[in-house]
Design a protein around this ligand. Sequence first.
Ligand code: BGC
Ligand code: BGC
Length: 852
Amino acid sequence: MRKRILLGVISGLIAGAGLAGCTEQNGAQKLTAETPSSAAGSRAEVSTHWPQLTSGIAKDPAVEARIDALLAKMSTEEKVGQMIQVEIRTATPEDVRQYHIGSILNGGGAFPYDNKHASVADWVALADEYYKASMDTRDGGVAIPMIWGTDAVHGHNNVIGATLFPHNIALGAAHNPELMRKIGAATAAEVRATGIDWVFAPTLAVVRDDRWGRTYESYSEDPDLVRAYGGEMVEGMQGAAGSENLLQGKHVIATAKHFLADGGTLNGIDRGDAVISEEELVRLHAQGYFSAIESGVQTVMASFSSWNGEKMHGHKYLLTDVLKNRLGFDGFIVGDWAGHQFVNGCSNVSCPQSVNAGLDMFMAPDPSWKELYKNTLAQAKSGEISAERLDDAVRRILRVKIRAGLFEAGAPSSRAFAADESLIGAPEHRAIARQAVRESLVLLKNNDRLLPLARNQRVLVAGDGADNIGKQAGGWSITWQGTGNQNSDFPGATSVYGGIAEVVQAAGGTAELSVDGSFEQKPDVAIVVFGEDPYAEMQGDISNLQYKGAGDLALLNNLREQGIPVVSLFITGRPLWVNPHINASDAFAVIWQPGTEGAGVADVIFRNADGEVNHDFKGKLTFSWPNDAQPTVRNPGENEALAQFNFGYGLNYGSSVQVAALSEQSGLKVSDGEQALAVFNGRALDPWSFQVMDAANNLSVISSSVAKLSGISVQSVDRKVQEDSRRLQWNGEGNAVAGFFANSRTDLTSYLGKQGALVFDVKVDAAPSDAVSLGMNCGMDCGAEQSITELLKDAAPGEWKTVAVDLQCLADAGAKLDMVLSPFYVRTAGALDMTVHNIHIASKADADIHCG
Ligand code: BGC
Ligand code: BGC
């Protein structure tokens, strides 16, 4: 956990980089440090780009009166408790009782009683425990039912046996808003059965740079489609606004996430910065929220990301002035996984800035949540958080709880459909998922009309995705990243192979499963299922669009060389450059991450028993498919000429298109790693900027010669020429970080194998009083640190020395060298006075190579 938090804090530095005018200039600029607006200011005027909306659910005076009465009885302690959401792994029911906690969640891969195979009854039992604790008034106070939220982002995906729908990118390809309503309703029913009230879905991201590891959570790069889907999904989950069954029966509360422009971050960096105009923000990224609000969505989750350098968790203009006031959102805003900690001046355990900006409920999964509670309480009592803001936040939370009928519902186990196991993976839900699979497949190539296949053939089914439900389910499947699962973790599911075998065998053919493609009797046709392995947020970011599947390519070529027609089924969460594989296939279909109903694939690629088309391909790309692997953004109206298959492409059985051989030039430039790469040579070199996270968690991009911050001061000083070095002085008053950060990735892999090293000159004027780490960062939860404490202690005071740190050691310790965002930063909580000069990446460093 500790490593995660530190790397997280370091990653908070990324969003500050690359701000126009903030990169360091050559020559002295006598300015003080610029702190990008810590209290992201509220602007009185909301831009006219924003429409004026009203929620689909009208305010009810009776509900408001009920809230007034509750608020009048609640203590400040109880109010603050309502605003804190804790996690089942870090807070007990007793905690919920004692702190009057308003909400709990289970994060991805968190299960009742730490049991991955928890039964439906276990889920309900735990829900009961927390519910009862929230209703326990033995120490006085008001009984307010807690609300439990979960990430049911493609079905109730933390639960064994649940129906897992294709991920959103696949649903987009189906171009079927009505189907979203059905999927929403089916998901909600399964969630209800486990005693849970609230779902953190739908994701309304409009992804522009497909290197983002959450691209598959997005319906489309096209805002119109996201808008068409958002409202339908919300109504499916919550029930139609104005209808009798709104939030009743099998329905649950939905969340529109992540507000705003999570899919618009520069270079597709997870939790990064959307550097765009307000007009674009509205036109591209806000559209899904409009339909969600009009359908009455009751909660919105703030995004980890920033807009033009300002963290969304502290963005008063967007959270309050725009979302609540202009767009008429009267539900509550929940934070994302301790996301408040990245707001300037905040930490995991204190962030009045977020509440003041409009956040109503902290998502506080960290074990330190009690500190957050205490600090927030103190801030509410001191007036740092005004009584008015406090009441508004609690009012919104109570409004949603009352609308959802939680006060009357009783214990989760006593509610309709609770513990109804027949709803989990119910046949009618699976049928919807299978329909979604069928409609989402996109046919890129079908030369000589190889598809649809006759059933009664000898079929070889190869590839590591053929009989691998974990792989076909993708991220957010039982576990958080979707890794570590077996087919047995998905009871009731069907693999792609399973679906094929069923239709082929029933028709008298044979379906042979052979992952490596070997066979005894030559098949009539080979179906090869391969593609990306599961991943989720943070871990899924990539540096370019190349599909790295050399083994799969060899498999395809091998089959074709034996004269076997090859059908490729590509599992992926995003468009990737896969031209060599397409060339090596007679037919090539993108099946995305279909989820548990792999049989939907065979429904389409095989003819029916009478030899006719069974189901035609309907899917059309809602993301432009790249013509090379370069990390170029490709969207309608943006580099369209660089799409191999345009937005909207998708063949069907009526088309006789022959796809000719495609270019196999990846376009990636391979550096030979011979030339040194400068990071700092008197000034920060592009793409890096010099940044400091001070001891008070304030992030500054330093563009001045002198900057005095909390716990650290930095200064441009002369060694050989004027201001060619930076003096970094820590005073020991808290953890502070100084280093070079970028908003784009640099590939340093070519330096590996050439004795590559991170090299810099350092002069120590006051030896460290505490541990000092040198780090390299590649994004959220990605990077490596090495101790340089001894090295600095051993340095002769006041004398320059050259230090070289082995890149291989950093790579071994977790730095992904193809995705570097910060090649150099130094962190300590102690006192230290050191000066750095000439920081670069070299092959064969002229110094002893250090490996911490
Ligand atoms: C949780 C996820 C969460 C992630 C964020 C994981 O440990 O289980 O639900 O989204 O951390 O950092
Ligand atoms: C993710 C959210 C998710 C939350 C809870 C976060 O890390 O960004 O999408 O809802 O965790 O698991």
